[in-house]
Design a protein around this ligand. Sequence first.
Ligand SMILES: *[C@@H]1O[C@H](CO)[C@@H](O)[C@H](O)[C@H]1NC(C)=O
Ligand SMILES: *[C@@H]1O[C@H](CO)[C@@H](O)[C@H](O)[C@H]1NC(C)=O
Ligand SMILES: *[C@@H]1O[C@H](CO)[C@@H](O)[C@H](O)[C@H]1NC(C)=O
Ligand SMILES: *[C@@H]1O[C@H](CO)[C@@H](O)[C@H](O)[C@H]1NC(C)=O
Ligand SMILES: *[C@@H]1O[C@H](CO)[C@@H](O)[C@H](O)[C@H]1NC(C)=O
Ligand SMILES: *[C@@H]1O[C@H](CO)[C@@H](O)[C@H](O)[C@H]1NC(C)=O
Ligand SMILES: *[C@@H]1O[C@H](CO)[C@@H](O)[C@H](O)[C@H]1NC(C)=O
Ligand SMILES: *[C@@H]1O[C@H](CO)[C@@H](O)[C@H](O)[C@H]1NC(C)=O
Ligand SMILES: *[C@@H]1O[C@H](CO)[C@@H](O)[C@H](O)[C@H]1NC(C)=O
Length: 588
Amino acid sequence: MAKETSAYQGGPPVLRRKAAHSNAFFTTLIVLTLCLVALSRWVLPSWKPAVSSPPCSRQRDHRHQYKGEKILWEPCGDVNGKPVECSNITVPMDQFDAENSGDKTFFIPLIRLRGGENATENLLLNPGGPGGSGIEFLFRRGKQLSDIVGDGFHLLSFDPRGINTSTPMASCYPTQKARRNLGDVRDNELVHDSPEVYAWAHNFVQACADTMDEHGAYINTPQTAADMNSILDAVGQEDMVYWGFSYGTILGQTYASLFPDRSKRVIIDGVANNFVWYGDFLDTEQFTDTENVLEGFFDECIKAGKNCSLSSLADTPKKLHKLVFDYAAGLKEQPISVYVNSTQYGLFDFPSLFYNGIFPALYKPASWYSLAENLAKLLKGNATDAWLAYSDQGWGLEGDGNTFVTANDGMSGPAYWPQSRRALLDDIVAKFNGSLFGPTENGDAYVRQQWKVPRTHNFTQVEGVETAHPLLILSTTYDPICPLVSAKSANRAFEGSRIVEVKGYGHCSVAVSSTCLAKHVREFLYNGTLPDDYTKCEVDGPYFIKPEEDGKVVAQKAFEDPEDEKIHLAQLELARDWDWRTARPMMM
Ligand SMILES: *[C@@H]1O[C@H](CO)[C@@H](O)[C@H](O)[C@H]1NC(C)=O
Ligand SMILES: *[C@@H]1O[C@H](CO)[C@@H](O)[C@H](O)[C@H]1NC(C)=O
Ligand SMILES: *[C@@H]1O[C@H](CO)[C@@H](O)[C@H](O)[C@H]1NC(C)=O
Ligand SMILES: *[C@@H]1O[C@H](CO)[C@@H](O)[C@H](O)[C@H]1NC(C)=O
Ligand SMILES: *[C@@H]1O[C@H](CO)[C@@H](O)[C@H](O)[C@H]1NC(C)=O
Ligand SMILES: *[C@@H]1O[C@H](CO)[C@@H](O)[C@H](O)[C@H]1NC(C)=O
Ligand SMILES: *[C@@H]1O[C@H](CO)[C@@H](O)[C@H](O)[C@H]1NC(C)=O
Ligand SMILES: *[C@@H]1O[C@H](CO)[C@@H](O)[C@H](O)[C@H]1NC(C)=O
Ligand SMILES: *[C@@H]1O[C@H](CO)[C@@H](O)[C@H](O)[C@H]1NC(C)=O
């Protein structure tokens, strides 16, 4: 994700957006773009497109079929020097009704980073979103995840139906040009923007329905859960071994509820409330701890002293809070103009600061050092760096998988929502007016209200699901978007499940480094061992660390066992560059 911003400022800043159809969705795009910069800049030198394969002068078939598997794999590049292989499966449009599917299908691309010689099982990964590409995820973060998991498992991921290179791809716009021209609406002021968003959503949902054929209705999580069984079947594996992040916890919980008998090793990390996801209208629970993380940023900044630029402006967290909030209030009254040169200038306003700057940074404490630097300059009167870092970079994501999955999963459209604007606005104001970050969901509410694609499933989460083996549930203490209270809801949903809480800030356990956490993950994956009781892990190292010029990470404590150090370094890398798409359960 985004905010090690000081390192990215060479990136091409783009004029400020007019507006976005959904601020949340939009914000993600920005972060996504920044991520790509990060990727080329210092994270993934060995990125290769999934489709490339080594040049081959002889016309030899380099596809390979492994014993016990039904599909062929072919080399498709490498992850930090380790070869990866790609394959694909075709699944019925409706996994739960063959007759309804007829000959209609989805194409699901697969990718795999093989473990060591003794690895037999595949660990399925989902990076979140919804809308995150598993293929891209494995290229980008496969190395770190395999360092953490160890070489006893093959890491396998996929583009879920409708997402990225899966076909048909979920989209509300027939062309990129249509997306650019039609996608804009301002929506982050609940009351002021309501009439326009309401009217805009009316067109948008119609375009979603019209752009997709009947496949659109089957782009939902219960179907994707069933697709994961098709993947297991293709690789000849009975038991589900799974690690899902953020929205990936919705997928994991849905899978474990629908297919408890195959749920042998399911890890959900950075948990979203599955009861709310399928059964509620406006999710306020997700913001339970958002502001607590922001207060954590102020606390840790003061503790970090000189390592946090902002600490020169105040000597207590409370004073720091006041400085930043007073400044933000001023921005609401009067945005600041930033002029670099005649082709590069724009406005820095309240949404840039709160929704594009601070909010994403709460997901990733590794970005706090840079956030503090940018804020300090801003508060001292120079908005250039903050503008370069947090103004928007335009549309970057192809497809509308996020919208389809979210709206199709939950209760959406006229069957469930009052259709008057007033009724919806009253509800939104009642739930989100007091909330600093709630407005990031505003646009989505109107889309949910008016959604035209029919619901084709009736899944709801129930309590007390008995799985083949209990789930391992991971959470930080303060997660800005998937709060600990949601992890506790999953704990109630799944018999015998256990929570391991990392005593820190950020989204998903991978937002911070904790070898204690990694040990629990390994014990669970390899031996099925769950902690006896609710367990807490410490974070290894401070929050405000200046990023190295060369992008390398430096160990934050000493380890006797080199394997532990390897895990620690992998965690630091993950923490630094965790992608937004994994970050948000709802939007993007
Ligand atoms: C699907 O996988 C097979 C086996 O590796 C491969 O030959 C084929 O080209 C793949 N199809 C696509 C569209 O990538
Ligand atoms: C694989 O298993 C064999 C037999 O248990 C063992 O001798 C060997 O060291 C293992 N290899 C690795 C890389 O762990
Ligand atoms: C798939 O994801 C990659 C990486 O995010 C992106 O570059 C590419 O444009 C996406 N492709 C499609 C068809 O969405
Ligand atoms: C400040 O940062 C340095 C590394 O840049 C680190 O060693 C030190 O522990 C940090 N101090 C605090 C108080 O966070
Ligand atoms: C403005 O600055 C950007 C980046 O610093 C540069 O790429 C661009 O060429 C400049 N434009 C002009 C007209 O100087
Ligand atoms: C503001 O910051 C930018 C980027 O760091 C710098 O180039 C510029 O000179 C600063 N402006 C002033 C007035 O200090
Ligand atoms: C929303 O909250 C703001 C202050 O936070 C208040 O001024 C405004 O009147 C509220 N709007 C509604 C519709 O309640
Ligand atoms: C849910 O849907 C399934 C299959 O479509 C159906 O068999 C079942 O009766 C439905 N359950 C409820 C509670 O409607
Ligand atoms: C799993 O259990 C075996 C036998 O008790 C032990 O040797 C091994 O270290 C355990 N593995 C992990 C990752 O905990």
